[in-house]
Design a protein around this ligand. Structure first.
Ligand code: ARG
Length: 583
């Protein structure tokens, strides 16, 4: 089968038929094969006749009929039918389905191809995600970046790409003047200091800065000292950064994301390159001076009044800001690190910033035709009142608090249901609680806002992680009940409708994964996993496994249960969610 993907295999057959019938050349992807809507009586539908009709100057039904007449696919599908304005409906042959399903048991990747196996030019992704700010507690806004970014990393790695993570820590800039002065006032020595409340520390410094002109003055001088590389100042700054990194590491650990200490490429990392970046922009004639600031005006960006929008690359006081750093980031990753694809998992409010940075980087030659830069944006998390999530007191919600609450809540839910001993139950509650938070985020189209609702995300029914985790635990329980696993090579017989429907779903994993990966759309994988679990439930209710009427049926059904478990475990792992054996 073509790359383990049923749709592509059918696409190849349709492409061959079009070549034979009408001498038209298309690729298997262009054959537009889609899974049919449930209850349509077919498994797949081909939509290519409609799109080709115009080009060929023939009615779509004629094109569809030509495809059907010249199709060489009797091994895969029943004789197909033309439907409606010119669809071709395909029903997979039972024997073929049985063979393909049986074959999967021996395939570690469950039919999912390694995309770049035959690439001539390898891809190297550099992905910016997480990206919290020093001396500030991570808040839920950073939650989405960490969760979505991590799923994207896992999907790309599974597809065989090289992926480099970089955590664009906000660890540089004017606020550090006041933060460091506040450290000095508190008699900070790196050895014996910890900050238990980073937000509080930041707020105290801010308050002093606003109220005390003498302090504000010191803070401003401290910024200059920091930027000119004064050793004492740098040591204090490092102490503060390390303190924050410890906080972040704890959250990443609890969250189970891949970000580590090696992945920090904070804003300060790019500091040595900034002057040169601006010089290069100036030398290329891309800059102009506006109110004393060096700016780039990338074409096509205007404000509401229609005036061109600047990307400020050097402020009038000679300092550099967020935009200069991001330009240096692009230049560094493409030029120094050979990245082909730059991904930024950052909230949608920064969309215009990234469009302007990319446009400028193109103009400067740091992004060429061989590169792709993508802003993977995402919406906000809303409270149940439909407004941006806040604590009862109105403050911004801290990430650690939220994750601890998730584990507490799932502990309460699981305590009523689970018969596990307490050590196991603790691990399971963590997997369920953290999984629920991550899955609630990932199962929504990332571009949209979503409502954070504990009851919904921890529900046993519906598109939740715990529903998938239960389905997996059930599927595994039957292996224990039968007393052994089905071996690769075990024949599969799909006699019942529920068996057949489950097998079709299992064979659709490669297509779902490819789409989720290419579109950076984890929710499409979630939808597929949920549909697989629903198909498994119907199978579970209608088709006894351990008590099957005969040994052949028992083992065939066991294959389906094992495959279901493997699909769910793999899918959840790619979302960064654990799938415990028992719940
Ligand atoms: N630290 C920034 C924030 O909290 C996000 C940084 C995103 N990455 C970037 N390259 N600009 O908003």
């Amino acid at each position: 089968m073509l790359g383990g993907d049923v749709g592509l295999e059918l696409g190849l057959r349709v492409a061959n038929a079009l070549k034979a019938a009408l001498d038209v050349e298309i690729t298997p992807v262009e054959a537009l094969i889609r899974p049919s809507a449930p209850g349509r009586g077919a498994d797949y539908q081909c939509n290519v006749a409609m799109s080709l009709a115009k080009r060929l100057g023939r009615p779509p039904r004629d094109v569809a009929t030509a495809i059907v007449d010249h199709l060489d696919a009797a091994d895969v599908v029943e004789p197909p039918e033309v439907a409606g304005p010119g669809f071709v409906n395909f029903t997979l042959r039972r024997e073929w389905l049985q063979e393909q399903t049986a074959r999967l048991l021996g395939d570690e990747r469950l039919g999912v191809p390694t995309a770049p196996a035959d690439r001539t030019r390898p891809k190297r992704y550099a992905i910016d995600y997480g990206s919290p700010n020093v001396a500030k507690e991570m808040h839920v806004g950073h939650l989405r970046s960490s969760i979505i970014g991590d799923a994207v990393v896992r999907l790309l790695e599974f597809a065989g790409h090289e992926v480099i993570r970089h955590n664009h820590l906000g660890d540089w800039g004017t606020p550090f003047g006041m933060l460091i002065e506040h450290m000095v006032d508190q008699g900070w020595t790196a050895a014996d200091h910890t900050i238990s409340d980073l937000n509080g520390f930041y707020q105290q410094a801010r308050k002093k800065f606003d109220a005390d002109p003498e302090f504000a003055d010191r803070a401003r001088r401290r910024v200059v000292a920091l930027q000119s590389g004064d050793e004492t100042t740098l040591a204090l700054w490092r102490g503060l950064v390390e303190e924050s990194e410890r906080h972040f590491a704890a959250v990443y650990e609890l969250l189970g994301v891949k970000l580590t200490a090696d992945d920090y490429y904070g804003e300060s990392f790019y500091n040595p390159f900034l002057a040169d970046v601006v010089q290069e922009l100036e030398a290329k004639g891309l800059t102009s001076v506006s109110d004393g600031a060096v700016c780039v005006f990338p074409p096509g960006f205007t404000n509401r009044e229609g005036e061109p929008l600047p990307l400020i690359v050097r402020k009038s006081d000679g300092g550099y800001g967020y935009a200069s750093t991001d330009l240096a980031t692009v230049r560094y990753w493409t030029r120094e690190r050979g990245a082909t694809d730059l991904l930024y998992v950052v909230g949608t409010p920064q969309a215009q910033h990234f469009r302007m940075v990319f446009a400028t980087a193109h103009a400067a030659g740091w992004l060429g035709d061989e590169h792709r830069a993508v802003h993977i944006g995402f919406g906000s998390i809303l409270g149940e009142d439909g407004k941006v999530l806040r604590t009862r007191a109105g403050g911004s919600v801290k990430l650690v608090d939220l994750l601890r609450e998730a584990v507490d809540r799932s502990t309460a839910v699981m305590a009523e249901r689970s018969k596990l001993d307490s050590a196991r139950q603790e691990a399971v509650s963590r997997a369920v609680g953290i999984g629920a938070v991550k899955y609630a985020d990932l199962s929504n189209d990332r571009e949209k806002d979503y409502v954070f609702a504990w009851d919904r995300m921890l529900a046993m029914e519906g598109n939740t992680s715990v529903y998938l985790q239960y389905a997996n635990a059930r599927a595994l329980s039957v292996v224990a009940r039968v007393g052994r696993e089905a071996e690769p090579g075990t024949p599969v017989a799909l006699a019942e409708a529920a068996e057949r429907a489950l097998a079709v779903k299992i064979l659709q994993l490669p297509a779902a994964l490819t789409t989720a990966t290419e579109e950076y759309a984890p929710h499409k994988l979630c939808t597929h996993l949920y549909e697989t679990a629903v198909a498994f439930s119907a199978f579970w209710e209608n088709c006894p496994i351990a008590k099957a009427p005969d040994e052949r049926t028992r083992m065939s059904r066991l294959v389906l249960a094992q495959l279901t478990s493997r699909v769910l475990v793999l899918g959840l792992a790619l979302l960064g969610i654990e799938a415990p054996d028992q719940l």
